[in-house]
Design a protein around this ligand. Structure first.
Ligand SMILES: [Fe+2]
Length: 236
């Protein structure tokens, strides 16, 4: 099992502040059956250059690895991949080094859409250009969190039509109030990944297996193995 969206890397964003907390989160992930975790700290282009962000992430990652070694936790944590959750803005496609924000060793980039009331359709063109110019495949982070999606699945279909992949948060699968929306997406096979977007051990904790259990009760085990296959094909 792979968790492709997490805020476990310490000291970068609103995830843990200390490496010890990151190690605890990783141990919990492994104990729940998660074999691989992608570390996706927030990247906001108005707060940092890409180079500075990447430098900070690599430094935190190296520090985390030292802590894992010191804790002799290598066997009890999942494999790790460094990435980012990149907040969309219109100037993003003008950054010629945007590929540095892709998930390490891949051409996939996790994109957080803006939280505006209305969807800005120029985003579709912009993401399309990102794919053509930089050969990157956007994975749209937590499609369940944007106000303009609601029951309007046509936006989701347009994103998929240009080649985007779609991620939902495990929290929304677990939340009964979101269930109809999630099932509507799954009925149409619009979901590629269920991820935790976890930040801590309290109110935003790792929970992918809990969400997948609910999915398997509604659909068949085949659906879970389909999600596993997509994740393995993309990041395995
Ligand atoms: Fe996130």
């Amino acid at each position: 099992m792979i968790d492709i969206h997490t805020h476990i890397l310490h000291g970068i964003d609103d995830g843990p502040s200390q490496a010890e907390q990151s190690v605890k989160l990783l141990k919990l992930q492994k104990s729940m059956g998660v074999d691989k975790v992608i570390l996706t700290p927030h990247f906001y282009s108005e707060h940092s250059t890409i180079d500075m962000f990447v430098l900070n992430c690599k430094s935190a990652f190296n520090n985390l690895m030292l802590n894992i070694e010191g804790d002799q936790a290598g066997e009890v944590i999942p494999d790790l991949l460094l990435g980012a959750e990149v907040l969309y803005n219109p100037s993003l496609v003008s950054f010629e080094d945007i590929d540095k924000l892709a998930i390490f060793g891949t051409d996939y980039i996790l994109i957080e859409l803006p939280y505006t009331k209305q969807f800005e359709y120029s985003i579709i063109d912009s993401l399309d250009r990102m794919m053509c110019n930089y050969n990157l495949t956007p994975i749209i982070a937590h499609i369940d969190r944007y106000p303009y999606i609601g029951k309007n699945l046509s936006i989701v279909n347009e994103l998929i039509d240009i080649g985007c992949m779609i991620q939902v948060n495990a929290d929304s699968v677990i939340n009964p109030q979101m269930r109809d929306f999630i099932w509507a997406l799954m009925d149409e096979s619009l979901i590629d990944f269920v991820a935790s977007d976890c930040h801590n051990l309290a109110d935003r904790k790792p929970n992918v297996p809990d969400a997948l259990k609910i999915v398997s009760e509604e659909y068949s085990k085949d659906y879970i193995s389909h999600l596993d296959k997509v994740a393995a094909r993309t990041f395995g």
